[in-house]
Design a protein around this ligand. Structure first.
Ligand SMILES: [Zn+2]
Length: 105
């Protein structure tokens, strides 16, 4: 479950949010976020993301900000750099190719 209410963030989540925001719009930001970007928290695993209007998610990976991809068909999720390497099914590969088309535009 996702929330955008900052009052739901605990101190750990706030620390993560600060680290994530430090990367936003820097040369370490490799996300494809566009419009209406906001912080969001996935409560179950206490993971912090930035999310835009098109439900594109980005998070911290190795000191960089990258997209977090979720296959809409089977639910497989991973950081963008690892997604295609570990992609378990054909639907995930198709989803990734479509995403890549979008990156180019
Ligand atoms: Zn899939």
């Amino acid at each position: 479950m996702y929330t955008k209410k900052l009052e739901d963030f605990d101190l750990t989540a706030i620390e993560k949010a600060i680290e994530l925001l430090k990367l936003y719009k820097t040369d370490r930001d490799f996300s494809s976020l566009k419009n209406d970007v906001r912080l969001c928290l996935e409560k179950k695993h206490n993971k912090v993301y930035l999310q835009d209007r098109d439900y594109c998610l980005a998070t911290r990976f190795d000191g960089y900000m990258v997209d977090w991809l979720i296959c809409p068909r089977c639910g497989y999720e991973n950081f963008a750099p690892d997604f295609i390497v570990d992609a378990p099914r054909e639907c995930c590969k198709k989803f990734y190719d479509k995403k890549r088309e979008k990156y180019k535009s």
